[in-house]
Design a protein around this ligand. Sequence first.
Ligand SMILES: C[S@@+](CC[C@H](N)C(=O)[O-])C[C@H]1O[C@@H](n2cnc3c(N)ncnc32)[C@H](O)[C@@H]1O
Length: 280
Amino acid sequence: MAIHDKYVLGRDKVESKRLDSQHRLLVKVSGNTLIHPTLPTEQIRSVADIATGTGIWLEDVTQFLERPHIERYYQGFDISSEQFPSNPGPIQLSVHDVTTPFPKEHWNRYDLVHVRLLVAALEESDYRAAITNIYNILKPGGYLQWEEIDEETYLSANPVIQELRRCFDYGFRAEGKCFQASAKVYKESQIVGFVDVERLAYESHQNPDLRLGTDKRLAAIIRTLYPRLLWRSGQVIGEEAAMQRAEALVEEHFALCEKGQSPSLTLMRVVGRKPDGVDL
Ligand SMILES: C[S@@+](CC[C@H](N)C(=O)[O-])C[C@H]1O[C@@H](n2cnc3c(N)ncnc32)[C@H](O)[C@@H]1O
């Protein structure tokens, strides 16, 4: 476990598998709206996914937008290529840090830019630059769709959730990160110039079929993000102590689930549009 990376999570095969199964859950939580339903899907010709990870969202989008005789351009960016798929098909992949300007060939290029789950990666002071860089690569009239699982998921009386909230709040604060990521994106995107900005919440408990998958996803978070933040912010000394705390919390989590106290997951989504007629 590399303790000093700015990015809290790992990038090995197990983590890639976790991201892919989390993706499947999140799509269901959002009511199978891979692309937000108010966006004019048929007009979208070029799509970029920032912090694409394994590229799983883009992979699904290529299938969702597949139409005979319509060509589309798909581009994934990530600060690391470690989790890129070995066979990306029609998807172009590039290494790029969203907090620095994109190469000029990407400016004014995309109808849709998607971002998901940068809460554990960006410092609070990075958001303005990241959103400005995204604005610059969108075509005039193009859309931003940014999704996060942030503090909103952890506002609950469930004691396991309360412990996670305490730890994440302390850990993110210690690293200058922002636990209220979707609220930050909502605010900063309007300052940068996006219009028609909306912030929406999707609850996993709206669909009882998602309960088991949501319980399992949370256990995976307790075994990854929780011990890393405990250790990195000095709440425990050493990796082993962090893992022991995590296993005890996983046990408590599943015991509560068996008693019918499964916590809900809240997926936050911010959508906005770059105004027409703004060419850079
Ligand atoms: C939790 S993963 C999410 C991956 C993917 N978006 C998803 O939802 O499955 C976060 C990703 O952000 C990437 N990342 C971290 N900091 C970044 C930055 N400054 N610019 C671009 N990507 C970044 C990491 O390498 C990682 O792949």
